[in-house]
Ligand binder design. Sequence first.
Ligand code: ADP
Length: 249
Amino acid sequence: MSGNGDVVLIKDGKRLDGRDFDELRDIKMEVSVLERAAGSAYVEWGKNKVMVGVYGPRELHPKFLQDPTKAMLRCVYNLAPFSVDDRKKPGPDRRSVEISKVTSEALSSVVMLERFPNTVVDVFIEILQADAGTRCAGLTAASLALADAGIPMKDLIASCSAGKIQGQVVVDLMKEEDNFGECDLPMAIIPKKGEVVLLQMDGKLSRDEFKDAYKLAYDGCMKIYDLQRKTLMDSMKKFVGEGGIENGD
Ligand code: ADP
């Protein structure tokens, strides 16, 4: 967030990509895209491309990490070297460790971990192409992949960001807006309860701007939730249509 006032991000009341202030980027979601993972999801969100694979629950090793009261939910968020303009050095860094941690905490609030003592559920989030908002896209896809794996959950997690560009509060920042805007506010919620499980802020907002950004992000999360449910319902219909239940697959 540089807040560089010289860069034009709004022209004639529209954003650089022609969006209105409260408009999300185009989003596509798909589940069961990987054969070998227990559950998987692929999400395209604007220019972001995110693949998630879920494994488990399976016995956790080394054994001293096991918890007899619940499973561990372990997330790895990885930005691929080819996902950004300049090749990113492969491997974990401070940013990816932070995103893995907040993602894992948000997902742990809905997965019924107490049903699988001594085990681990692994969630691998691979950002194939990044254009800002990847933690929201990653969380949204991870939640779909967990549901696709049939892991019991109280609800999905839906995620979306809002922020401020050129003095205007807007939803779902893309890369130029993230780079040259004044603030980014990623959020994740448990939609049925309306509970916020992730809220971060990079930049500055006044109290009133914060209220507006909070509402835009929250409404964005609810739109994402509708898309997630539709994606899962379509996948279920396809599965039943292909005789999946009768075959005992
Ligand atoms: P988010 O992707 O959740 O918005 P950030 O605000 O940290 O997370 O990053 C914003 C964007 O900056 C990313 O989506 C990506 O396009 C870019 N970015 C992040 N890390 C790097 C990096 N190491 N090299 C190049 N670009 C990066």
